[in-house]
Design a protein around this ligand. Structure first.
Ligand code: C2O
Length: 500
């Protein structure tokens, strides 16, 4: 189907501003963008049409399908300057790819900081053979919960003038409040007493991590980032930008209204005046606001999710030999920072290439310095077990949620504990590293093409916290064959990379 991208003035938290929005028709563009669904094994064909007109924000676009592996279709990964030339206003581009892996995903703009201005939406791949099918009654569009930060200024403006992004509001399913406006409407999630719901929790954050909870309820995690997990019951999740969870909530409490909470670690914290909140409403309850103190969320040992509490349900072992360095390829990447606003990887700032990395690879370039400015590209062979050590170094603004395109990875060591787990570490596509800490991931190369590895705080990415892993460069011409439309995006690229 079509996905229209256009500017509209909206006031999701009561403050009116111009935004970048997506819709299945031009008349229905919204925040978040429409829910896109498919079954595992389906082919998605999405024609993205750029109808952007507001010159105060980026007008070119590209859409990344976050968490979809794009095996053999690296050209459809949607990263402007890495896997494609941007789509320019008045043009469209057909993304055409398979979705063999079920789970909870999302899509967002991947050019500059455009998704912070609104261009983000949920993507769910259902599984007819879900091993947890008997554990819940409802899993549909009514149970998708998106968490996003929201700003009263454009992202470009914030980058140019502010030291830290400091969001004005949190949007849950596109609705929220900023502290000075206690009247904007809440999102309401309706449930029936006695039923079990599979909620699809998606962080579409551009910057903060959010502490998510539902008053008076615990819930059981069964999936993270497209990977089934062993069931694990908690009452709160510290959710980093780009991460997703499926949680089963049993609506077994007293009939009533309950607060859904998502408090950010940057921006307005707490819940006063109804900020950072939505409502869970049992059918039969009055359409009123919950009383804050009647249903506190249980706390105590084990109530809060630690990422190392999660274990994959299937094939839980990390690839490779169980010791640090026990992989075919080991990459050490240390994060850093230089004033006034440059994030560094191994002392070097990512700079956007003027010709997409995939196009360079297809035309025979092999040298890091000719593939990207500053040479921030790591060549990795096919069929290899790769270990990446992410050293937090002295980079400020952590925790840094790191995302790798084209793969899920096993997180064999987490930033905040000094223990390796090769037996059953969590497998996902966004993990995090904090200042001074080490986080280690492992994966096996089986997917040809350039894959972006970057901090999912979009302002950090824009300031340079990124690199490319160029996988199986020898076979790229045979394994990745873009359609003609893909090449047609490119002639105007130079012109537009200067203009935008
Ligand atoms: Cu969710 Cu590189 O992106």
């Amino acid at each position: 189907g079509d996905l229209h991208v256009a500017n509209r003035k909206i006031a999701p938290d009561g403050w009116k501003r111009s935004a970048v929005l997506a819709g299945k028709s031009l008349a229905t563009v919204d925040i978040p963008g429409p829910l896109i669904t498919a079954n595992r094994g389906d082919r998605l064909k999405i024609n993205v049409i750029d109808e952007l007109s507001d010159t105060s924000m980026v007008r070119a676009t590209s859409i990344h399908w976050h968490g979809i592996f794009q095996k053999g279709t690296n050209w459809a990964d949607g990263v402007a300057s890495v896997t494609q030339c941007p789509i320019i206003p008045g043009e469209s581009f057909l993304y055409n790819f398979l979705v063999p892996e079920p789970g909870t995903y999302w899509y967002h703009s991947h050019i500059s900081v455009q998704y912070c201005d609104g261009l983000r939406g949920p993507l769910v791949i259902y599984d007819p053979e879900d091993p947890y099918k008997g554990e819940y009654d409802v899993d549909d569009e009514s149970t998708v919960l998106t968490i996003a930060d929201w700003y009263h200024r454009t992202a470009r403006d914030i980058l140019a003038t502010q030291a830290a992004p400091a969001p004005n509001a949190t949007l849950i399913n596109g609705k929220g409040r900023y502290p000075e406006n206690p009247t904007a409407p809440f999102s309401v999630i309706n449930v029936e007493h006695g039923k079990r719901y599979r909620f699809r929790l998606i962080s579409m954050s551009c910057d903060p991590s959010h502490t998510f909870s539902i008053d008076g309820h615990n819930f059981t995690i069964i999936e993270t980032d497209g990977q089934y997990t062993q069931p694990h019951t908690v009452t709160s999740i510290f959710l980093h930008a780009g991460q997703r969870y499926s949680i089963i909530l049993h609506a077994n409490q007293k009939i009533g209204n309950y607060w859904i909470r998502a408090s950010p670690d940057d921006g307005p914290v707490g819940y006063e005046n109804g900020i950072n909140s939505a409502i869970l409403r049992y059918s039969g309850s009055p359409p009123s606001e919950p009383q804050p103190s009647t249903h506190p969320t249980p706390t105590g040992p084990g109530s809060e999710l630690k990422e190392y509490d999660l274990a994959p349900l299937f094939s839980p072992q990390a690839p490779g030999r169980p010791r640090p360095g026990g992989a075919d390829v080991t990459l050490d990447i240390t994060l850093g920072f230089a004033l006034p606003a440059s994030f560094l990887m191994n002392g070097v700032q990512w700079k956007t290439p003027s010709v997409p990395v995939l196009l360079q690879m297809l035309s025979g370039q092999r040298h890091p310095k000719s593939l990207v400015p500053n040479g921030l590209v790591y060549l990795i062979p096919k069929g290899a077990i790769v270990e990446v050590n992410l050293h937090g170094g002295d980079a400020p603004g952590g925790p840094h949620p790191f995302h790798l395109h084209g793969h899920a990875f096993s997180v064999v060591k987490h930033g905040d504990i000094d223990v390796y787990n090769f037996q059953n570490p969590v497998r996902r596509d966004v993990t995090y590293v904090s200042t001074g800490n080490l986080t280690t991931i492992r994966f096996t190369t089986n997917n040809t093409g350039p894959w972006f590895l970057h901090c999912h705080k979009d302002f950090h990415l824009e300031d340079g916290l990124a690199a490319v892993l160029a996988e199986d460069i020898e076979d790229v011409k045979e394994e990745v064959v873009p359609p003609d439309e893909w090449k047609n995006l490119c002639p105007t690229y130079e012109e537009f990379s200067q203009t935008y």
